[in-house]
Design a protein around this ligand. Structure first.
Ligand code: BGC
Length: 749
């Protein structure tokens, strides 16, 4: 297919018509020149293909298919291979259903635990979200189906989601809210991106040239197309100028007329329109080239995969010897979710599942009694159900309470009011813990919850929203048939008020100020040394892992060189298991504002009892850099960096250090008022500073016995660094002429 020929043959009206959909789920066809339409469907944790009337709120029915764990669960796997496998499985199904593009994955950051769509997003950490997202994309696109990462960008809440503005500084945008998308472009090679409804600093994403062209295409080299979130277009022509390609849904043809008129009146260059059309045509050509309508998707196999994934995503948050449960024990299953599991959230990602497997129906070989415990649709307590649950718990050897967030708490279009679970459930758990010492709580929900009873129970297993076989996976984990290996991809704070976005979420009148800046999630809790309920990266296993032999292949590197880090991990327990080994980088003495540590690597290793493996990470410039607004780019400060290997962000097992030399200099203009300490920021400045300190303190340093005492060299140095350069003259160490000469040298190109 010759795309240029297609463009040349089309009339202006036909080209304009191609820029919006034919209906809710299809792109436009132009039969006269043989351009087909292609179907796109929601995902990301299943295929939501609507054959009848379309809608983007998950209301009308879609084909019956398999629901996989949602993104918040998937991220807890810390497993790139799993994400790739899921992407490939979905790709096969899309091929079988003749779907050209799947709308996902969602790569927005979890700024607040209250975002109603947190279950659809991966993490509070951009690196983790980017790596997992890129793997999913590679799996999906490997089957010839386009991914569509969403929602680009800074779409982190549902309140005023279609009209609000996320207001944030340049560094925060680049360091926290964009990198997952950047990884999707550079590593995942995503073929499509969905722009968000919201604005950034007052400009709607659908009209934001800085976002859709300057950053996306020019900085990152993106060559795919940009589709709107459904109904995100305000001014279509502005959109095209900004870099927006396809408007969805379509069918009204209203905006097509705007495009035609704008070209005719000279407000839109036809060449610009052709560029947009070309990107859409590339998508259509690739779809035709990769189509495999003869593909058969094996629903049984897919469903089994969903169950296997769910077991890999569960996080064992706490275990004081209650789990795994011996299969001969009398077990009480308590809580409605044991019978009717919660396994997905509401909205456009809603998958039509014929039957979700419950824990109760999986427990047939076990000695299990069941008590409903609470009515999930009612907030108020039900004493009869509570009484029945207490009796069941009392009569059993161990009680497992299936609890969590009701459906209505987590949905597209609305944020949660608070971080709590329904009071009836909290009360049930606390009361059961009084009559039974062996209590395990199984949690269902797509985001952190406050757990006021956490100290009173022996075990907590978080299944998140684990897809259609979550109940079966839970039973396998509870009984030790599977070993938990998930780790938290987000911090669980003790209480909502601890969350850094708390004072500015969800904003006022659609204006959301991201005042916490780069300090989201563990970046904030670590900096403030705050206690958390469960830290980022936390997750227990039924076995134990020993970490050893940390090696960094170099002691010092320029930031242009890579550093290879290896360590060993050994399963020192008696059960096979998997460990997500995490690598964090910490700048030891930063001048810039920086989080204490940041995740820069992770590897999931599978180990039999007694087995040991080497884990390898490669760190590059980005692993040490922060986004420096002065140069509008990533920047590495010269200095010492700790490389930490941990089982969680708060359980660092090994630590090494590397000296990194930054190779980029921030341009600076020195004046009389520049601080002496600023001299450390440039090479010429550092040379001068060294000479000055060597001369002035030679004698005093030698005599300085009390290094930190009053008048010590350390104190002198700190005071001196804060003084303006002109003070060198005031203190008689230089003449004014000499200072002018110095400034001239420092400021010379
Ligand atoms: C959602 C998208 C979804 C689209 C189509 C929008 O409301 O924000 O995530 O892909 O609808 O259903």
């Amino acid at each position: 297919m010759d795309i240029r020929k297609w463009i040349a043959e089309m009339t202006l009206e036909e080209k304009a018509s191609l820029c919006s959909g034919r209906d809710f789920w299809h792109s436009q066809n132009v039969d006269r020149v043989g351009i087909p339409s292609a179907m796109m469907c929601d995902g990301p944790h299943g295929l939501r293909k609507q054959k009848g009337e379309g809608d983007h709120l998950g209301i009308n029915v879609s084909i019956e298919t398999v629901c996989y764990p949602t993104a918040s669960a998937l991220a807890a796997s810390f497993d790139r291979d799993l994400l790739r496998d899921l992407g490939a499985t979905l790709g096969e199904e899309c091929q079988a259903e003749d779907v050209a593009m799947l709308l996902g994955p969602g790569l927005n950051m979890k700024r607040s635990p209250l975002c109603g769509r947190n279950f659809e997003y991966f993490s509070e950490d951009p690196y983790l979200a980017g790596e997992l997202g890129a793997s999913y994309i590679r799996g999906l696109q490997g089957k010839g189906v386009a991914a569509c990462v969403k929602h680009f960008a800074a779409n982190n809440q549902e309140t005023r989601r279609m009209s609000g503005s996320s207001n944030l500084d340049e560094r925060t945008l680049h360091e926290i809210y964009l990198p997952a998308f950047e990884a999707a472009v550079k590593k995942g090679k995503t073929r499509s991106i969905m722009c968000a409804y919201n604005g950034i600093n007052g400009t709607f994403c659908a009209e934001d040239k800085m976002l859709l062209t300057d950053i996306l295409r020019e900085k990152w080299g993106y060559d795919g197309f940009v589709v709107t979130d459904w109904g995100a277009v305000k001014d279509r022509v502005k959109g095209i100028v900004a870099g927006l390609d396809l408007e969805m849904p379509g069918g009204l043809g209203v905006q097509d007329g705007d495009i035609v008129k704008a070209v005719q009146e000279g407000r839109l260059e036809e060449a610009k329109l052709d560029q947009t059309v070309e990107r859409i045509l590339v998508f259509l050509r690739d779809y035709l080239d990769a189509r495999k309508p003869e593909t058969v998707a094996d629903r049984k196999e897919m469903s089994e995969k969903s169950g296997a994934f769910a077991a890999q995503c569960a996080v064992l948050l706490k275990n004081e010897g209650v789990l795994p449960i011996d299969r001969t024990k009398k077990i009480a299953f308590i809580g409605e979710f044991a019978d009717r599991p919660r396994y997905q959230g509401a909205g456009s990602s809603h998958i039509n599942v014929p039957h979700a497997i419950s824990a109760l129906e999986t427990a047939s070989g076990l000695d299990v009694t069941y008590a409903q415990g609470f009515d999930v649709h009612r907030e108020e307590r039900n004493d009869a159900l509570l009484q029945e649950a207490l009796e069941a718990a009392w009569a059993a050897d161990v009680a497992v309470i299936f609890a969590g967030l009701p459906d209505a708490y987590e949905t597209e279009g609305a944020d949660r009011d608070d971080m709590g679970m329904p009071q009836a459930q909290n009360r049930l758990i606390a009361e059961v813990a009084k009559v039974q010492k062996n209590v395990a709580v199984v949690l269902h929900g797509g985001a952190p919850m406050e757990l006021p009873w956490a100290d009173q129970v022996g075990a907590i297993l978080c299944m998140y929203l684990g897809g259609e076989r979550v109940g079966e996976a839970a039973v396998k984990l509870l009984t030790g048939e599977e070993n938990p290996c998930g780790k938290l991809a987000e911090t669980w704070p003790l209480r909502l008020e601890d969350n850094p976005s708390y004072l500015n979420f969800p904003g006022v009148d659609g204006q959301v100020d991201y005042r916490e800046g780069i300090y989201i999630g563990y970046r904030y809790y670590d900096k403030k040394k705050m206690e958390t309920l469960f830290p980022f990266g936390h997750g227990l296993s039924y076995t134990e892992f020993a970490y050893s032999d940390l090696r960094l292949d170099k002691a010092a590197i320029p930031d242009t060189e890579a550093l290879t880090v290896t360590c060993k991990v050994k399963n020192v327990g008696s059960m096979a298991g998997k460990e997500a080994v995490q690598l964090y980088v910490r700048e030891e003495n930063p001048h810039a504002a920086r989080p204490v540590r940041e995740l820069k690597g992770f590897e999931k290793v599978s180990l039999r009892p007694g087995e040991e493996k080497e884990v390898r990470f490669v760190l590059d410039k980005r692993s040490f850099a922060y986004y420096e607004e002065k140069i509008h780019d990533w920047y590495v400060e010269s200095g010492a960096y700790a490389v930490e290997i941990g089982a969680s962000s708060r359980d660092i097992r090994l630590e090494g250090s590397v000296q990194v030399q930054g190779t980029v200099e921030i341009p600076m203009t020195f004046t009389y008022e520049s601080a002496v300490g600023d001299l450390r920021k440039t090479a010429k400045g550092r040379v001068f500073l060294e000479q000055m300190t060597a001369q002035s303190s030679r004698a005093s340093i030698q005599e300085d016995t009390e290094a930190m005492g009053e008048g010590s060299s350390k104190m002198d140095e700190r005071m001196m660094f804060e003084m303006p350069l002109r003070s060198i003259v005031s203190f008689g160490r230089m003449t004014m002429d000499q200072l002018d000469g110095l400034l001239a040298v420092l400021n010379a190109e």
